[in-house]
Design a protein. Structure first.
Length: 202
């Protein structure tokens, strides 16, 4: 197999840490109530529609009438979005900087709302080292749909086998591998640099 010549990064939980519980632990002191709210009200399946391009306003308007007693807590999903983040992942930042120093082309491919894209990009200087990115909210298609990987290849001028795709989602990794990408399932930040070194990227 040909060694990859570029790296494509997911954003959330690869470059920056994101977890809805980071915010909702402040709103619901009782962890049982918090987990029930996130499992039954503000679910990831509901949120994914904003990543698909639906506005936060429209997605909130769909949900609040179903749970009117939780209106303030539901609105916090948008109003306090940045509080779901707990900072950059140092190992990834260091890897992106090292790859940039070696001249390795780097790109982004993320399921992310067009409304939160720019505030997320401001969370780490590592984002500024990416040559380009594909954001699901702008394209209106989500990973692991093969279409978004094809959009990325076309935009970045890469064949799948020329890129290493790094993502924390097993489904997204499997979809990329099926299309011919080299992949790294990001589960342990300490394993990232060895994976890049094994491919001759660092």
């Amino acid at each position: 197999m040909t060694a990859p010549k570029a790296v494509i990064w997911d954003f959330g939980n690869v470059i920056v840490r994101w977890d809805a519980r980071t915010l909702y632990s402040k709103i619901f002191p009782d962890p049982v109530e918090r987990d029930r709210f996130l499992a039954q009200v503000c679910t990831l399946a509901w949120h994914m529609e904003t990543d698909r391009g639906l506005s936060f306003a429209d997605n909130l308007a769909r949900l609040i009438p179903q749970h009117p007693h939780y209106e303030a807590q539901i609105r916090a999903w948008h109003e306090r979005w940045d509080e779901m983040f707990s900072g950059p992942i140092a190992e990834t930042e260091a890897a992106i900087e090292a790859l940039a120093a070696r001249g390795v082309p780097q790109y982004g491919l993320s399921n992310i709302s067009h409304e939160t894209l720019h505030s997320t990009l401001a969370m780490s200087p590592a984002f500024g080292l990416l040559a380009d990115y594909v954001a699901s909210g702008l394209e209106r298609v989500l990973k692991p749909d093969p279409a978004i990987y094809r959009i990325a290849c076309e935009r970045f001028g890469l064949a799948p086998h020329e890129a290493l795709f790094v993502d924390d989602s097993e489904k997204n990794i499997a979809a990329a591998a099926a299309l011919g990408f080299d992949v790294h399932h990001f589960t342990d930040p300490a394993a990232l640099r060895p994976a890049l070194e094994a491919r001759g990227l660092l």
